[in-house]
Design a protein around this ligand. Structure first.
Ligand code: G6Q
Length: 546
């Protein structure tokens, strides 16, 4: 590890300067900041990869931004970025390179891992995905009984589900509408049952998406799918026409009964939550077609290049990532909301929950020391305007400071222009109301009874970003995804944590396997857990038996 990363974060010069600066700025209201600089609303903006960012409604001055950029520099963000892009094994706890950027590298580029250029491998898989998805979409790929494929069921969980499910919803406008695409992730049998209840197995393609091909939920659902399909079609050989796999584990795929010719591979340097644009995106490509998928890769690449090549002061992921650190570590914000004002992005907040919280929900540094500062806030959100009629109350008048990302597009994809104007008006109104609020004097001037004045005051000074794209297209979705991927990376570098492992999910998995053994019918041994778990197991066994 370089000396750039060996000074504790809280002892860094820029961190200490930010602490002093926080004391000076903590009580300054956004109303004052805007009054002091009439150009603020146009000055504190940045653009990259076709996305426009307005960060003027943040409790920050140009000095704040410059100190945050200093902190990023002191923490070696440029060096770490170079290391990531050049295939160094920056996921230290798993000794792996982190190369989701290679998934969208242009043909002809060189990015090497252990001396092997991985870009041709990426394109070889993309070419096979193109040929396969074209055959399915054109009807050339037939089911076992000769029928055309009309349904696709993606079976996967976590990183092998959330990205594709989010993208399927986000890009529905570009999708082949007569191809039904469903997602099954939960080990709860209801998920598979409800996803397939109206599907004809003879017209259904199952994609078993699992990097490891050992994940219990996915393997359980895949086995269930095989029973469902073979049961209906009456022949084991049907598997070869109705199942494909996306995985890094060829032998397990073969063992399941899927011919490796029907397997689309990826690599250990693609983390699950960073894999939606790898072969894990097969369902996305089936839905939107290979050309649209290519356009999405183009958008991801454009943001990669923006992130890699733009000075921190104008760099979208850096600005947003560092402002996140400003709120988490100096203002003590424990959560952050992402509010897309676009119905197609309904699942984007759930996708970001995994991307951000699984990456940066860590409490030890790369060196294994306990961190002495806050890392990732809780991420949550819902599409506007729905949230305005529920939890926005807390955003406006609650006791917590919750920074918000608003996301919207200037062009609409559906009728009508008037509705789109209303949607955007609402978003702008929310951002303004959060920032500027409404003073007691303003409330009184409206003739409000004195007893209600306090209730009707909006203190304001609640920060938000507005991210504005021209139109939701595969390319803008790609740019948006890479924006958050690099925001996560930026924050992880500053916090000095490994954003690419996920040891925190292991304990529950091990315990679940042990407890599952105690729940198998006939297991009559006294369970050997804590008294609460033992009692719950007994109660469950008794209830199930009745
Ligand atoms: C993501 C995580 C996790 C993973 C799932 C599915 O970064 O590692 O969410 O994607 O556990 O794993 P498999 O793809 O191996 O089934």
């Amino acid at each position: 590890m370089s000396t750039a990363t060996s000074t504790p974060l809280t002892a860094r010069r820029a961190w200490l300067a930010l602490g002093a600066h926080y004391d000076a700025i903590r009580d300054v209201h956004l109303r004052e900041l805007f009054a002091a600089d009439p150009e603020r609303g146009t000055r504190m903006t940045a653009e990259g990869a076709s996305l426009f960012l307005d960060y003027s409604k943040h409790r920050a001055t140009p000095e704040t931004l410059s100190l945050l950029a200093d902190l990023a520099r002191e923490c070696g963000l440029s060096e770490r970025t170079k290391a990531m892009f050049s295939g160094e094994k920056i996921n230290v706890t798993e000794n792996r390179a982190v190369l989701h950027v290679a998934l969208r590298a242009a043909r002809g580029t060189t990015i090497s891992v252990d001396g092997v250029n991985v870009v041709p491998l990426v394109h070889e898989v993309l070419d096979r995905m193109r040929a396969f998805t074209t055959a399915v979409r054109d009807g050339a790929w037939k089911g076992f009984t000769g029928r055309q494929i009309r349904n696709v069921v993606n079976i996967g969980i976590g990183g092998s589900d959330l990205g594709p499910a989010m993208a399927h919803r986000a890009l529905a406008h570009y999708s082949k509408r007569d191809l039904t695409v469903r997602f099954v992730s939960n080990v709860d049998g209801t998920d598979f049952a409800e996803a397939t209840r109206d599907l004809d197995p003879a017209e259904t393609l199952c994609i078993v998406s699992s990097k490891t091909f050992t994940t219990i939920e996915t393997m359980t659902n895949a086995a269930r799918a095989r029973e469902w399909l073979v049961g209906a079609l009456g022949d084991e050989r049907a598997v070869s026409r109705h199942f494909v796999a996306v995985s890094t584990n060829e032998s397990a795929v073969r063992k399941f009964g899927i011919d490796p010719a029907n397997m689309f591979g990826f690599w250990d340097w693609v983390g699950g939550r960073y894999s939606m644009d790898s072969a894990i995106g097969l369902s996305t490509m089936l839905a939107i077609g290979a050309d649209n998928f290519d356009a999405m890769l183009g958008g991801l690449r454009a943001m990669d290049e923006h992130f890699r090549d733009t000075p921190f002061e104008r760099n979208l992921p850096v600005i947003m990532g560092m402002l996140g650190i400003w709120y988490a570590d100096f203002f003590g914000a424990q959560s952050a909301a992402v509010l897309p004002y676009d119905q197609y992005l309904a699942r984007f907040p759930s996708y970001l929950q995994q991307l951000i919280m699984e990456s940066n929900g860590k409490s030890v540094t790369l060196g294994g020391d306990r961190v002495r500062y806050a890392t990732s806030p809780v991420i949550w959100g819902e599409p506007g305007t729905n949230g305005q009629h529920s939890f926005h109350q807390l955003l406006h008048q609650g006791t917590s400071l919750i920074p918000v990302d608003f996301i919207a597009f200037t062009k609409r994809l559906n009728p009508s222009a008037a509705q789109h104007d209303l949607l955007i008006a609402n978003m702008l109104a929310q951002a303004a109301a959060l920032a500027f609020g409404k003073t007691a004097a303003e409330v009184r001037a409206e003739g409000t009874a004195e007893a209600l004045v306090a209730h009707r005051v909006f203190e304001g000074n609640r920060p938000s970003s507005v991210i504005l794209g021209d139109k939701l297209t595969p390319a803008t979705l790609g740019a948006l995804i890479a924006l958050y991927e690099h925001l996560v990376f930026t924050q992880g570098v500053v916090w000095g944590i490994d954003s690419f492992d996920q040891w925190g999910v292991e304990l529950g998995k091990t315990l679940a396997n042990r407890i599952a053994a105690d729940l198998t019918p006939g297991a009559d041994t006294t369970p050997l857990h804590d008294s609460s778990t033992n009692a719950l197991i007994s109660r469950y066994r008794a209830g199930r038996a009745q």
